[in-house]
Design a protein. Structure first.
Lengths: 497, 497
């Protein structure tokens, strides 16, 4: 079946988008949600398991108090209400990566409800309403062997690793977000980015979308412009980066419009996002139809966080992102526009860390927002995923400040870092990137340049300092770009004055 | 009197006095098992080597003055629903044939830590669903009094083992009467402790909100001794109470003096009349008269919601078990049946469960799945939980008037094998008197009331007490037992000396 994809701008002429996001966050607790097994990543398969997380007959769950604490802190940071009393519930379905063939989760009594997050996109603020956040456990990890794509279709057999089974997850669910119009893809991305910043600030998770410690499911529907009714939605999974969130929303909007334009109905289903093409393909039929037969988990007692504990946790929350932004803007002396751009690029924490390592706020902004943003764009990744660290940026800037590197040479260092050539010092040595600032060597090169271009030299002697540019260029070329351009200019003017 | 006819309390004295050794004692019971279990079939697995080696270790400790507990060296049988390392745990089902758990249930840890040699694992209705042990996938257990009769269920194996003098003590489990009802029809003592007072960690769950582990013995004092050993808080069981389990042995000794002055006893009005065999009622009324003679004030008490208990139970239990039994999916342990062709994981799950589960188990899984399904939850499971609240209320009101409640344990004496297999509902009616205590979490005991004037088979009388007041059962139970006199003796059994 060929799909018609309506161009994005046209979609907005006829339809209003509504989207919702379900984000699963893997907590960084020491142990699993319902047992004492280590929750660390990367152990030998099935080495971090016990009767409880293997679902052995007779085993029983015990709640991880730290996970409850993290859930409450997340809820408070999202301006949510914390339930006075809530329970765990069983979500029943069969799958080999589910040791009990039910997931211990929360159903109609989540620990957090009615929160919100304000996000800014191109100067406009949108309030994302958060319906709920609840605690649940992760499943095991299945690897399919033998098929062409590594997915289940066509595989010869599958292997299951239960190390991940039972790791604490917090699922954060938004209400349907309306009224974003053409900005829907950016608002969705901004929400996930903002959520990520908050979770990082709380220290409750690594929130690495590329590693699966933060997973995002994107729900989208269209309704005819101004109709006010919600359309049929599809859910898109395998959205593994901020960029993919934006692209998934954008693609689904175009795809839904194509179907609706043709007078057909949207098939409610779960779709799979493809990174390489930015498209979605059909997965399984959407689980509104699935009956999970939820009932309260009888092996656990209700969780009833005292109001005193909740207030204690509230008092110990880190600074609110909005407050932090405002404070840093003043400290760093950025304009509103500069700060907005920094925020939108996801560079706030990176610049903060770079400044902490001794770089000036202006230098940090220069590197992250220009050179490194360009590199990130070229590679199609987020700044945080680029692989260059704030420590490295600060180190490079220190060398520039010490005049050991010029800006131009610094850019080559970053090139080397991105290519994985080693540490800053290793790259400088290997590529021979030291600035030539020795007056002797420079002097010789300057003399050569003057001799080679007598007409230009005359102009300079005549007072035309701008003409020095041609000579500077020649010296740079002769020194393989390593000359300190400023010093070269000084020497030229000295010699020709 | 031979060794095997001694009570556990008498064996404690004998061991302490050096009149016997644990090896002698354990061997005597193994000999008895060898002699009669071919007919009785109380045991699914007998561990002669293990038991004797544990007995030898016990004797060595005792010789050193290092006995672990009063019961150190007294052999015990364990219902096959509790996990035991080194011994299979089949739950009477083919789906777990040969499964040896990698961990011990907490109650098993406790009896091992006290030095009790474990003779073996006893037979049961498959996954504890039944009232006659005829639903065991390994063949029924026979009532030692008359081998063509049922021993009760689901814990018929433990009751028969103790009744046949194959073991002085046994562990059972009670979800709707599975300790008490077999106790009644075999002339033994069986106790369902207050819900939460004995750990369920390692008890393969049938209905998590109803299950409890309890003692199966020939005397009230023996039950008190075993109950105190296995009771107490377990951090691995989140539903486990923190109130210490003590004072039961003292209560039993106090009761044995035969003075119940000041004790108020309530006869439950609703547990009598149509459906209750006249010979059972006759023996029951005799017991009630005895209570009066012992000084108790006996009144009639009404618990109107008890008439709904059966309906509530047969919704709550199947619902919980349908979820509990989902883990038996051939992926990690247990029977695996791989259909021909290219089966998916789901195909393997279906084939294995179809082959591995018996009809009664399938019946309850289907019932439970239906009761929990979307659109039916409120009408069935939801309503059943409300009835549960009413039953709790009825108990509360009753216990405002009296200290203990009394009723016949079972509506009839041991019926013939096969008599009720074609009529599941008739089978369910066996639990009329015992179910309310499981729904309310209150403790109950069945004490032999005598034998029927019609068929000479045992009749049991049930006592019920408020939550955490298990001691009252032991006091009144011991008094009644003393007044009634011995009911069970080896010469009355079809499997005589």
């Amino acid at each position: 079946m060929t799909e018609t994809l309506v161009p994005f701008d046209e979609v907005l002429e006829r339809y209003d988008p509504a989207f919702g996001l379900e984000v699963h966050v893997e907590l960084n607790t020491n142990t699993k949600m319902f047992c004492g097994c280590p929750a660390t990543f990367g152990g030998e398969p099935n080495s971090q398991v016990c009767p409880t997380c293997l679902g052995l007959p007779g085993s029983m769950p015990v709640v991880n108090a730290k996970a409850v604490e993290s859930a409450i802190r997340i809820g408070l940071a999202l301006n949510g209400s914390i339930a006075e009393w809530c329970r765990f519930a069983r979500k029943n379905y069969f799958y080999p990566d589910m040791p009990k063939n039910f997931q211990t989760s929360q159903y109609d009594e989540p620990i957090v409800y009615d929160g919100y997050l304000d996000v800014e996109v191109e100067g406009e603020t949108f309030r994302i309403e958060i319906e709920r956040a609840h605690m649940e456990e992760d499943t095991g990890k299945t690897t399919h062997i033998g098929g062409a794509t590594g997915r289940i279709h066509g595989a010869d057999y599958s292997l299951v690793d239960y190390n991940r089974a039972g790791i604490p997850l917090i699922e954060i669910v938004t209400r349907p977000i309306l009224g974003t119009g053409a900005k829907a893809p950016l608002v969705a991305k901004a929400y996930v980015a903002a959520l990520r910043e908050i979770l990082l600030g709380l220290g409750v998770s690594d929130v690495r979308m590329d590693q699966g410690s933060m997973r995002c499911d994107v729900n989208l529907s269209l309704s005819p412009k101004g109709s006010g009714k919600l359309g049929t939605r599809t859910e898109t999974k395998n959205v593994n980066s901020l960029r993919s969130v934006e692209r998934a929303v954008r693609f689904e909007m175009s795809r839904h419009a194509g179907i609706l334009d043709a007078g057909e109905a949207i098939f409610q289903e779960t779709r799979h996002f493809h990174e390489d093409t930015g498209t979605t393909s059909a997965g399984r039929a959407k689980s509104d139809a699935d009956d999970y037969r939820y009932f309260p988990e009888p092996d656990l007692v209700p969780v009833a966080p005292s109001r005193e504990w909740v207030e204690e946790l509230r008092a110990s929350l880190p600074e609110r992102t909005a407050d932090k932004r405002a404070r840093l803007q003043v400290e760093w002396g950025y304009s509103d526009l500069e700060m907005r751009d920094v925020w939108a690029a996801g560079a706030l924490s990176l610049i903060e860390a770079t400044v902490a390592e001794g770089a000036s706020a202006q230098a940090a902004r220069k590197w992250w927002m220009a050179e490194l943003s360009r590199s990130a764009n070229d590679r199609g990744v987020e700044l945080a995923e680029l692989g260059v660290t704030p420590v490295q940026v600060a180190e490079v800037q220190k060398l520039v400040d010490a005049k050991t590197l010029t800006d131009k040479l610094a850019r080559q260092v970053f090139e080397g870092l991105l290519a994985g050539e080693g540490t800053v010092s290793e790259i400088i040595d290997a590529r021979g990137l030291a600035v030539v600032s020795d007056d002797g060597a420079l002097g010789a090169a300057v003399d050569e340049a003057i001799d080679a271009q007598p007409a230009v030299a005359e102009k300079i002697r005549g007072g035309n300092q701008a003409a020095a540019g041609a000579l500077i260029g020649a010296v740079m070329k002769a020194t393989g770009g390593k000359a300190d351009a400023k010093r070269v200019r000084e020497l030229i003017l000295e010699k020709l004055s | 009197m031979t060794l095997i006819e001694k009570t556990a309390a008498e064996l404690i004295d004998a061991l302490a006095a050096g009149e016997t050794t644990s090896v002698e004692l354990t061997q005597a019971h193994l000999d008895r098992i060898a002699a009669v279990d071919g007919d009785v079939h109380a045991f699914l697995h007998i561990d002669a080597e293990g038991a004797l080696s544990q007995a030898a270790a016990s004797d060595a400790r005792r010789a050193n003055g290092d006995a672990l507990h009063a019961l150190d060296g007294v052999p015990i049988a364990v219902k096959d629903v509790l996990t035991t390392t080194g011994l299979p745990t089949t739950c009477g089902s083919k789906i777990l044939e040969g499964w040896v758990p990698p961990y011990d249930a907490t109650v098993v840890k406790k009896i091992k830590a006290a030095g009790l040699p474990i003779l073996g694992k006893t037979n049961m209705d498959e996954f504890a669903m039944g009232s006659s042990t005829e639903h065991s996938a390994y063949g029924p257990t026979k009532n030692p009094w008359k081998l063509d009769r049922i021993p009760g269920g689901s814990g018929g194996g433990s009751a028969a083992a103790v009744a046949a003098f194959e073991a002085p003590l046994a562990l059972g489990t009670d979800t709707g009467g599975s300790i008490r009802q077999p106790g009644a029809v075999t002339g033994t003592v069986g106790v369902k402790p207050t819900y939460g007072s004995v750990s369920r960690y390692g008890l393969v769950a049938l209905a998590n909100s109803l299950d409890q582990v309890g003692p199966v013995t020939r005397t009230v004092l023996d039950s008190a001794l075993l109950h105190e050993l296995i009771g107490g808080h377990d951090p691995l069981d989140s539903t486990s109470t923190t109130t210490p389990v003590t004072g039961l042995v003292d209560a039993a000794r106090a009761g044995a003096t035969g003075d119940l002055k000041g004790v108020k006893v309530g006869v439950i009005k609703e547990l009598a009349g149509e459906g209750w065999a006249p010979d059972v009622m006759a023996k029951f009324n005799e017991s009630v008269d005895l209570l009066t003679k012992l000084g108790a004030d006996v009144v009639e008490v009404s618990t109107p919601s008890f008439k709904h208990a059966m309906a509530a139970y047969y919704l709550i239990l199947p619902a919980e078990c349908s979820s509990n039994l989902a883990k038996f999916d051939a992926m990690r342990y247990g029977l695996r049946v791989t259909p021909d062709g290219d089966p998916s994981a789901e195909d393997v799950m279906k084939a294995s469960r179809d082959a591995g589960f018996g009809d009664e188990v399938k019946r309850r899984i289907i019932l439970g799945t239906y009761a929990l399904s979307s659109g039916y939850y409120d009408a069935y499971y939801g309503q059943a939980q409300k009835i549960r609240t009413l039953i709790i209320e009825d108990f509360k009101k009753a216990f405002e008037q009296v200290d203990v409640l009394v009723s016949p344990t079972s509506p009839s004496t041991a019926f013939p094998l096969g008599a009720k297999l074609d009529d599941p509902l008739a089978m369910y009616m066996q639990d009329l008197a015992t179910i309310p205590a499981n729904l309310a979490g209150t403790p109950g005991i069945s004490v032999p009331a005598g034998v029927s004037d019609v068929d000479g088979l045992p009749v049991g009388v049930q006592l019920l007490a408020p939550v955490l007041e298990d001691a009252r059962l032991y006091r009144v139970g011991a008094a009644l037992e003393g007044a009634i006199g011995p009911v069970l003796s080896i010469d009355k059994l079809e499997v005589a000396r």
